[in-house]
Design a protein around this ligand. Structure first.
Ligand SMILES: *[C@@H]1O[C@H](CO)[C@@H](O)[C@H](O)[C@H]1NC(C)=O
Ligand SMILES: *[C@@H]1O[C@H](CO)[C@@H](O)[C@H](O)[C@H]1NC(C)=O
Ligand SMILES: *[C@@H]1O[C@H](CO)[C@@H](O)[C@H](O)[C@H]1NC(C)=O
Ligand SMILES: *[C@@H]1O[C@H](CO)[C@@H](O)[C@H](O)[C@H]1NC(C)=O
Ligand SMILES: *[C@@H]1O[C@H](CO)[C@@H](O)[C@H](O)[C@H]1NC(C)=O
Ligand SMILES: *[C@@H]1O[C@H](CO)[C@@H](O)[C@H](O)[C@H]1NC(C)=O
Ligand SMILES: *[C@@H]1O[C@H](CO)[C@@H](O)[C@H](O)[C@H]1NC(C)=O
Length: 762
């Protein structure tokens, strides 16, 4: 029973996003089946093959040599030549290796060849599917957005479904030309040319060779405009959420890499795009994709996105990724590597308000994108579609309302399994006048405003239950639907979205994930034309939800920081974002989750992004790429597995390996036995005023003693580094097996540098 419940709620969640995501989540398992049905030997699959360079070569093998070396691994044709048609991608930077269509037998054969390292069938990834700049404190001619620091000179690479190049969000009004180091290409192939905003665009989908990088879905257009869209006046959807739409870094350039179509993303294509983006000269990579809802995480040396991201940070490129939409279950994160910024999703204070007024005068607020002006404000009879006890009816599934009298009534339906506009059509066809769509329990209080053309209020789980109870309590239940338009200042924002994936980190429990949360619920941004088919309007903006939406917010913030501090490493930018994050909501209470309870550390990570504080963090925790080597050795990975990640040979026996928590990370995740003490060191660099005395503030953690030595760091110079020691001690009498949390904060006059701490009491 419990297993069934969990499974069904996983599907409920995956179907609760935009209508377009519905198609995508439905299609992914189909693709996986066809990719993994290798029972017939002849079936070819795309494998990602890691090889090592020939032993007689130096490390500067030319690309021609590299390509012929890769080809030598391919199976031979009847004429004795290596079959070049099998090659899908030859990688140059992200890995030493290639992607090729191969059978399992051919891979077995390949394993015998010298230089072979590993080959695995590629994984299929899923997409993790504006007011938000304002909400994040970004205002024109003010603070972070004043003069030069609007992301000027920074290039953000978006790996997604492509782009709608003629959307006004990608106009280059006021944009300077790209920096001279830019080497990318613009391949629309129909005369459309790039401009100073949209500086490059290419298609990397190997199954669709030769296609232009156009977005036939909308997801990539949405994420690109969220990160760095230009200003567009009067952006709205059905007149709602009206305002100026703009990305987080309005002066940053966009480079588009099309790696997903409407249905799937293949990791071999994602790697090829990362390879190209690093060579092209991007500064920030934004990837709103990761493993799907039912897949388990994998060690970093099998996680090709983590491997590609490592090459990126070795080249100074910041990598921002979505955490995934598999919450609120724990241990559901995607993109868990410490060199990636892993972004969870939260609500904003904007609501597209619609209210259900019940016959007993009680009101419940929900969300609605479609707000017809002429909808009567009178009470209608109210009915619960699931009153017959049939799940399909409760869900308002197609044809499920046949034996229920919904004519002229407002109908309460449950979320899940079917797309919202399918349910709306079912209610409409059965003669209903409107729908109250209540959330599944896991989504809780996270009400998604969805685009459909039937009067519908999206209601939280608890409010939906209350409406159900009201219906049951009277013989004449009634409800009116009141459309109230766009309301700013929604209570309890930001709150963690129910769907946002949760830690602990599976691949590396000693690294706290997610790192940060950012706006990912009901985000208005540019869209390609497919909304028209649902709404019969020509809206070029769309409101959608997902960690896919929160990721590009952080990619844009990273671009702002990179423009302001060109010499900062990816780890320094990440540290600045994490240690300056907000842990309080607009009402000065701790950030809540979808249950309206205080969100735990594995839901919020360091907290909610605060760009204005991140740009001037005071101290940073830096990590150089080679600092990850002792960490990877400490994870117990084999030398050859580490070589796969870092692209060079390593002997862990000659490296003093460290525990995960000893990495100079801006947060702590500790596993502590009874009567045990653990001690770690951290090094912080002063990037604030030269003379800055910092004092430590230790938030108390139940059952754990935390102490810091020294308790004061008296910086006297800019870029000065100082080291402190932190110890965690659990008393012998401690009884609980649980997770406790807290933080340490270094405080000076101008700055608060906060590191969250999770302690798993074993
Ligand atoms: C904007 O420019 C002025 C003058 O060049 C400078 O003093 C100020 O610090 C800049 N502001 C930001 C936020 O970079
Ligand atoms: C190329 O395709 C884009 C996207 O469909 C379209 O907006 C544009 O008008 C086309 N350009 C030409 C010259 O056909
Ligand atoms: C309706 O009310 C009755 C009695 O008040 C209760 O036993 C029943 O569980 C309720 N049903 C629902 C669906 O709430
Ligand atoms: C939208 O509708 C048009 C014509 O009705 C059709 O050609 C097009 O494929 C549809 N687009 C999508 C994304 O469904
Ligand atoms: C959109 O317009 C078409 C053709 O006029 C119509 O058949 C369809 O029902 C409309 N869709 C909606 C959601 O109103
Ligand atoms: C910090 O160091 C400076 C320079 O050595 C010294 O003048 C100052 O008193 C120190 N501050 C504290 C609080 O110790
Ligand atoms: C706790 O550790 C101390 C020192 O390591 C040891 O002397 C003591 O016996 C331990 N107590 C328990 C209850 O294990």
């Amino acid at each position: 029973m419990a297993g069934l419940l969990i499974l069904s709620f996983v599907f409920l969640l995956s179907f609760s996003f935009s209508s377009a995501l519905f198609q995508e989540t439905k299609a992914i398992p189909i693709e996986i089946t066809s990719e993994s049905s290798t029972f017939k030997q002849k079936d070819l699959q795309t494998y990602i093959v890691h090889v090592s360079l020939p032993s007689d070569s130096d490390n500067s093998v030319q690309f021609h040599d590299l390509e012929s070396w890769y080809h030598s691994f391919l199976p031979k044709t009847s004429t004795g030549l290596n079959d070049a048609s099998r090659m899908v991608h030859s990688y140059r930077k992200v890995i030493t290796g290639f992607a090729a269509r191969l059978s399992a037998e051919e891979v077995k054969e390949m394993e015998k060849k010298e230089g072979f390292v590993s080959a695995r069938p590629q994984k299929i990834l899923a997409l993790h599917t504006t007011h938000s700049p304002d909400f994040l404190g970004l205002h024109l001619n003010h603070g972070v957005w004043l003069n030069s620091t609007r992301g000027k000179g920074v290039i953000i690479g978006i790996l997604d479904t492509g782009i709608k190049p003629d959307h006004p969000s990608f106009s280059d009004d006021g944009m300077p030309p790209p920096p001279p180091r830019w080497k990318g290409k613009c391949e629309f192939n129909n005369g459309t040319i790039c401009n100073n905003k949209l500086i490059g665009a290419r298609n990397f989908i190997s199954k669709e060779p030769g296609l232009p990088p156009l977005d036939d879905y909308g997801h990539g257009t949405h994420t690109a405009s969220t990160a760095a869209g230009n200003f567009v006046q009067d952006a709205n959807v059905f007149g709602n959420a009206n305002g100026i739409a703009v990305g987080m870094a309005p002066l940053a350039h966009l480079a588009i890499y099309r790696v997903c179509n409407k249905v799937i993303c293949q990791v071999s294509d994602v790697l090829a795009a990362m390879d190209a983006a690093i060579e092209d000269g991007v500064d920030v990579l934004s990837l709103s994709l990761g493993h799907g809802i039912l897949e388990s995480p994998e060690p970093f040396f099998e996680d090709n996105m983590a491997i590609g991201a490592f090459t990126a940070i070795q080249n100074g490129v910041f990598v921002s990724c979505s955490a995934g939409n598999s919450g609120p279950l724990s241990t559901t994160m995607s993109n868990e590597a410490p060199w990636i910024l892993t972004v969870g999703a939260s609500t904003t204070d904007r609501s597209l308000r619609a209210t259900a007024l019940l016959g007993n005068n009680v009101e419940f607020d929900g969300e609605a994108v479609f707000q017809p002006e002429d909808f009567p404000t009178t009470l209608f009879p109210l009915v619960y579609a699931g009153m017959n006890g049939i799940l399909f009816s409760a869900l308002c599934a197609p044809r499920s309302l046949k034996h229920i009298d919904v004519r002229g009534k407002v109908v309460l339906c449950k979320d899940g399994f079917f797309d919202t506009h399918v349910k709306g059509k079912t209610v409409k066809d059965a003669g209903g006048v409107g729908m109250i769509l209540m959330n599944s329990q896991p989504l809780g209080d996270t009400t998604l405003a969805e685009v459909h053309a039937f009067p519908t209020i999206r209601m939280s789980f608890t409010d939906g239950e209350a409406i159900k109870a009201y219906i049951n309590s009277t013989s004449t239940p009634k409800a009116a639907i009141l459309f109230k338009g766009t309301v700013i200042g929604a209570k309890k924002a930001p709150a963690v979205a129910g769907f946002s994936s949760r830690g602990p980190n599976y691949a590396s429990p000693g690294i706290l994930k997610p790192d940060i949360i950012g706006p990912g619920v009901n985000i208005l941004a540019a869209w390609s034309s497919s909304v028209e088919n649902i709404t019969n309007t020509t809206s070029t903006f769309h409101v959608v939800s997902g960690t896919s939406m929160s990721c590009p917010h952080l990619s844009g913030v990273a671009a702002l920081l990179k423009a302001a501090h060109p010499d900062w490493s990816p780890a320094a930018i990440k540290s600045a974002i994490m240690t300056s994050a907000n842990v309080l909501n607009l009402y000065d209470s701790l950030i809540l989750d979808e249950r309206k309870l205080t969100a735990d550390i594995f839901a919020v990570g360091a907290g909610h992004v605060s760009p204005s504080r991140a740009i001037d963090p005071g101290l940073i925790y830096d990590i150089k790429p080679d600092d990850y080597i002792p960490y990877l050795c400490g994870l117990g990975y084999k030398d050859k597995n580490i070589a796969t990640i870092i692209g060079k040979t390593v002997k862990c026996s000659t490296v003093s390996s460290i525990s995960e928590a000893q990495l100079n990370y801006p947060s702590f995740s500790i596993q502590l036995l009874k009567n045990a003490t653990q001690i770690y060191t951290r090094t912080v660099k002063n990037v604030g005023e030269s003379s800055s005395p910092y004092y430590v503030e230790i938030g108390s953690i139940s059952e754990v003693d935390v102490s810091v030595q020294p308790s004061m760091l008296n910086f006297t110079e800019v870029n000065q580094e100082m080291t402190y020691q932190i110890s965690f001690t659990r008393s012998a009498t401690s009884i609980h097996n649980s997770i406790v949390q807290g933080a340490i904060t270094w405080v000076c006059k101008e700055h608060r540098v906060r590191s969250p701490i999770a302690v798993i009491l074993e």
